[in-house]
Design a protein around this ligand. Structure first.
Ligand SMILES: *Cc1c(COP(=O)(O)O)cnc(C)c1O
Length: 361
């Protein structure tokens, strides 16, 4: 099939804008007359230093990141941050974790190795179909931080509010699948992190935004590559950074800017998600998996209630070039991941197919 005949709803790694890929293609063999590909350049070269600085500056501008927070580009995926966070912030103390899905569960489990983890909320009793309300969170005054996962990629739920921790307790958030879709109230956060492959670049780089006041307290056993203070000191270049991924992220950030920045992304995410939730709300065949007040703008999860029918729906979608709408292997059903780069026409094609499928039975 031709690229333009396919709408790719993959949850990650996921679709990138065609113009971004074309730009990368045009610069692939010879970056701006250097005679070299970005893949072949020293990360210490002046040419690469510009790419790096520009990417960071675009991030800072797009999300209005204040001077209190530094931006790191690290490796090991979002998953390595599950260990880095407690190693740097716990200081042998305790932290509160909201477990609202697979990734926050994994993060809590990892943190238990390095200190005390208290479960502030756990939505597994209802299959992680919702986000707890503020009043349900069991928070402690002496916690080193309160941890949550802003968008639950697998379950299709998203925090629609910024949780309020007790005075003096900072927030830590995994925003891997909804970074660059809304502004962040930076004052409240010690660390925000996001693996790139959902919403902003190929897999291989993780953006970590850290309030520098929280660096320098790593446990003595912390590997240097996980020590935020060392990463800050080297400006993410203690060792060789994921050069190509950072370059791609820079192209993607430029694209976000051209679409109107965060306000542009907010408008688009509402438009895209409404197309699908409208179908779900008027359907007697398809059922959304997430509670209405907890619905994600990024990952729309739904089922027919009959796994065989789900399979038929997914196979029929594939025939039309609607790819990767099967749910995560742990939950089944369907999941449409509609990140920043997903064209609205792709979502329209899926919504049309859903209506047709229901009509034809
Ligand atoms: C995909 C994902 C992860 C895991 O990311 P890796 O880069 O594979 O480690 C963590 N958190 C969220 C919210 C995700 O969507």
């Amino acid at each position: 099939m031709d690229r333009n005949q396919v709408f790719n709803f993959s949850a990650g790694p996921s679709v990138l804008p065609e113009s971004v890929l074309k730009k990368a293609q045009a610069e692939l063999m010879n970056y701006r007359g250097s005679g070299m590909s970005v893949m072949e350049m020293s990360h210490r070269s002046a040419l690469y230093a510009d790419i790096f600085a520009e990417t960071k500056a675009r991030f800072r501008a797009a999300l209005s990141v204040p001077d209190t927070h530094e931006i790191l580009f690290l490796q090991g995926g979002a998953t390595l941050q599950f260990a880095a966070i407690p190693m740097n912030l716990l200081e042998g103390g305790a932290a509160d974790y909201a477990v609202t899905g697979n990734f926050s569960g994994k993060a809590a489990k990892e943190a238990e190795k390095y200190g005390a983890v208290r479960i502030a909320a756990d939505t597994s009793d209802t299959g992680h179909d919702r986000i707890p309300a503020q009043h349900e969170l069991r928070l402690s005054d002496d916690a080193k931080y309160f941890y949550y996962c802003a968008n639950n990629t697998i379950y299709g739920t998203e925090w629609q509010y910024t949780p309020q921790a007790p005075a003096g307790v900072p927030l830590v958030a995994d925003m891997s699948s909804d970074i660059l879709t809304r502004y962040i109230d930076w004052d409240k956060y010690a660390v925000v992190f996001a693996g790139a492959q959902k919403n902003m670049a190929p897999a291989g780089v993780t953006a970590v935004f850290i309030n520098t006041a929280y660096a320098g307290k790593a446990l003595p056993i912390t590997p240097v590559m996980l020590d935020y203070a060392a990463m800050l000191k080297g400006d993410s270049m203690h060792n060789t950074p994921p050069c190509w991924c950072i370059y791609m992220m820079g192209l993607m950030l430029k694209w976000v800017e051209a679409q109107g920045g965060i306000p542009g992304m907010e408008k688009l995410k509402k438009e895209r998600s409404a197309l699908l939730y409208d179908v779900l709300d008027s359907s007697s065949l398809f059922k959304g998996c997430a509670e209405k007040g907890s619905r994600s703008y990024m990952n729309v999860t739904f089922v027919t209630g009959d796994p065989e029918l789900d399979k038929r729906f997914i196979a029929g979608a594939k025939e039309r070039g609607i790819e990767n709408i099967g749910g995560h292997r742990s939950v089944g059903g369907m999941r449409a991941s509609i990140y920043n780069s997903m064209p609205v026409e792709g979502v329209k094609a899926l919504a049309d197919y859903m209506r047709e499928f229901e009509k034809q039975g």
